[in-house]
Design a binder for this molecule. Sequence first.
Ligand code: SAM
Length: 356
Amino acid sequence: MRKGAMDTAEKFSRYAEWVADESPLYASLARAAADDDLLLDIASEARSAQPEPELLLAAVHSLLLDGREHPLSQFYPSCGGADPDADPVPQFRDFCRANEAQLRSIVARRRCQTNDVGRSAVIRPAFEHVARTAGTGTVAQVEIGASAGLNLNWDRYQYEFAGAGTVGPSDAPVTIESEVRGDRRPPVSRAVPTVAYRRGIDLNTLDASLEADARWLHALIHPNRVRRHDRLEAALEVAREHRPPLTEGDAVDALPSHLSAAPDDAALVVYSTHVLYQLDEETIANLRSVLSRHSRERRVYWLSIDPGEELGTPTYRLVTFDDETARETQLARFESYGKWIRWLASEDGPPSQEPS
Ligand SMILES: C[S@@+](CC[C@H](N)C(=O)[O-])C[C@H]1O[C@@H](n2cnc3c(N)ncnc32)[C@H](O)[C@@H]1O
């Protein structure tokens, strides 16, 4: 067993517990991998700081989505499987042995960069909140860790907020359904802020129009999450038509030039979802310094999840930098894929209706 494989086994065991409610299939496969030296060795090809269980399972899923014929596919609803009650583990072990070389290559090369537009359920009201606060109808947006940039198109989606109404273009190919919990109504009027500038930065940008990248994004979604697969497909379609402008590179290095390129008359918003957990403390501190320094020239709004809180039901916060002084507001709690949001900021609208 290669060095570090014991740690990897523990990660698979922990992942199996974590994923059990969402995907019983993945829980079984992760438990099996935790006890299989070859599978652990394949997973150990992952680059540092990348989660081995998610990468191995996504690598297997991507080969099946690519049409690799194997009885394992009968357990994957995303590949036409019926998810039968039979034990998937023998087929999983067989598949991994038969496709070892390709799996090693995918795990070593790819990253965990799920791009879920359900998160736009919190991004949409957060932008409206900033626009209202700034007293403008125009925003300039720079997304950190944009992956394929699907959330950069948040203004092109329709939203059905149960308890707060439907907003966004009625003919949008993407509809995001989200339940509004709690007493406060999120700021979701019909007048969406105009996006005057759009830019995404990612260490490894994915291209919606490349089949392999689109397949990888599907592979990162659990095979039984049919709604999420459908929503991703629709968002990829929007991105093929409205290509999100993406820059490949480290956020800290790439930010200054894109902040400077944003038009002066728009509220300048830097934002991210599910990214800061991939950055170390020093990088987050550097990111903060870049934003703070830029606020000598103009106000900068920073929307992000609190570092360390990115998994589970995180809090979306707003940090406003004004001449190097930062003020922080908690905006909302939300389910990671946008199934529900609970608005926390105080100044907007009457209490929401109870969802029917
Ligand atoms: C889990 S994905 C989330 C993608 C997207 N924000 C979403 O919520 O759908 C995290 C993304 O952050 C990117 N990332 C990690 N560290 C980064 C850095 N230092 N600079 C830019 N992007 C980074 C990864 O490549 C990955 O695409």
